[in-house]
Design a protein around this ligand. Structure first.
Ligand code: SAH
Ligand code: SF4
Ligand code: F3S
Length: 456
């Protein structure tokens, strides 16, 4: 812990009652934020509020995956400073990947920030808060103490019907464009027994849809119950067969870590939902190599073919980067070709942006902005078309829908199909929490319309 003195005006301390957390970035951050709020509730009895103006503690859980991440953090911090000017006891903390990356530079630029912490140190938040209140100091805590964090977190809570379990942390893949290996540290898998316990707790607390999280979940290599190494497919079998496990998902996967056991798992484990997010980034072998992705386009096709052989209806999504340094028209055409061949149900597309300290940032960012924009639009258009067709193909089908909440329109309920599509239909709110058959009658860009199939 790096501690620096705080020479600002010292007023008598008010008790801590309320917490506001602002979350950016991926599902791992969403998971971390909910654990942070659990921790602070347990340690200080803090109540979570929706407006930073009402908070005694403000935490930002930040993301640095793409450009301007730091600028966004500083501009948001500017808003919090105004609140702190009026209430000097307000505690402001910056955590997550920008916290890790920037460290005490944050407090040099924004001296009113009390705590800087990283994704691996947030379990120490209660202690940090105690230190800054007792000694009136500032704290930076960004070391990477392996997996100790998980031993210090309270039991997970369930929000709605969904639960999340981080099964591995960090990344060793070092794609040349990516900041994650530097902010999240080395790949570390949690032991199988810990994951099973956490899943059981979530099930007992009412979770009906559980996602296993990690930067590369399918690279999971944890210690099994027998002390031997356990791979991801074997873990899925163990988790998927837990009593009361209704729906199991996972995210994110790496093409390099796909194997036959995993392709077969979708067909073998009834609770494993037919949906896979498998980022490919580019369809050009030249670019894949420059990105250090560790596989070729043919490997991607092979994995998809094998998945569809066992689970023909599996929904697929992916991530793409356009305008990577050196990407030619031909490279981009190869990406469009890959998309046409695979056919995706959804995808995230990004323009390449250099991240500080990554190998790719040393090459010239030489695809002009205008070309990046054109490629992004062309790719989005193709993917939108595929997504529309995928939605239209659902019409007429009957599918099991987990009913999650009321819909926006009066009398509507909202739920999810096994392949993660949103469905709206008329029904009694008492049905929320149940999984019932629904007939799909209409399709829109982002959701489906259905009718409950009532028992005769
Ligand atoms: N671990 C996951 C992805 C994590 S980051 C995987 O390997 O698939 C989420 C996505 O952000 C990436 O898939 C990539 O498409 C995008 N991304 C990461 N770094 C980027 C950068 N420097 N510029 C643009 N997009 C980036
Ligand atoms: Fe980043 Fe690549 Fe690791 Fe994904 S696999 S987190 S893109 S370095
Ligand atoms: Fe962002 Fe860190 Fe997640 S950089 S995408 S919050 S791992």
């Amino acid at each position: 812990m790096l501690v620096t003195s705080n020479t600002e005006k010292k007023t008598p301390l008010k008790s801590l009652d309320t917490l506001f957390i602002k979350t950016y970035g991926c599902a791992m951050n969403v998971y971390d934020s909910s654990r942070m709020s659990d921790l602070m509730q347990e340690a200080y009895g803090l109540r979570v509020v929706d407006d930073p103006k009402d908070a005694d503690v403000i935490l930002m859980n930040t993301c640095s995956i793409r450009e301007k991440a730091e600028d966004k953090v500083y501009s948001e911090l500017g808003r919090y400073k105004k609140i702190k000017d009026k209430r000097p006891d307000l505690i402001i903390g910056v955590g997550g990947c920008v916290g890790q990356q920037e460290g005490d530079r944050i407090q040099k630029r924004a001296p009113y920030v009390d705590i800087v912490f990283g994704p691996q140190t947030y379990h120490r938040l209660p202690e940090m808060v105690k230190t800054i209140r007792r000694d009136r100091v500032r704290v930076t805590e960004i070391d990477m103490p392996e997996i100790e964090k998980f031993d210090h977190l309270p039991k997970p809570k369930v929000e709605g019907l969904t639960g999340y379990v981080t099964i591995m942390e960090g990344c060793d893949k070092f794609c040349t464009f990516c900041i994650v290996p530097y902010t999240r540290g080395a790949e570390i898998s949690r032991p199988v027994a810990d994951i099973l316990v956490e899943c059981e707790q979530l099930i007992a607390a009412g979770a009906k849809d559980i996602s296993l999280l990690g930067q590369n979940v399918n690279g999971y290599r944890g210690t099994g119950p027998d002390g031997e190494e356990c791979g991801f497919a074997a873990l899925l079998h163990l988790v998927g067969e837990l009593e009361g496990m209704q729906r199991l998902r996972f995210s994110t996967s790496h093409p390099m870590e796909m194997n036959t056991e995993l392709c077969e798992a979708f067909a073998e484990i009834p609770s494993l939902m037919p949906y896979l997010h498998l980022p490919v980034q580019s369809g050009s072998d030249v670019i894949l190599k420059a990105m250090h992705r560790g596989h070729k386009r043919e490997d991607y096709f092979k994995a998809i073919d094998e998945l569809r052989l066992h689970t023909p209806e599996i929904a697929l999504s992916s991530d793409f980067i356009v305008g990577f340094p050196g990407e030619t028209d031909e490279d981009f055409a190869a990406t469009l070709d890959l998309v046409r061949r695979v056919r995706f149900d959804s995808a995230f597309c990004f323009k390449y942006s250099p991240r500080p300290g990554t190998p790719a940032s040393k090459a010239e960012d030489n695809v002009p902005e205008m070309i990046k924009d054109e490629r992004l639009q062309a790719l989005l258009e193709l993917l939108r078309e595929q997504s529309r067709e995928g939605m239209a193909q659902q019409v007429g089908k009957s599918t099991e829908v987990l009913i999650e909440s009321k819909g926006k329109n009066e009398g509507d309920l909202q739920g999810r199909t096994p392949d993660f599509r949103i469905v709206h239909f008329k029904g009694n709110p008492r049905l929320i929490g149940q999984t019932l058959p629904v007939k799909i009658v209409d399709a829109y860009a982002m959701s489906l319309r259905g009718e409950l199939i009532l028992a005769q």
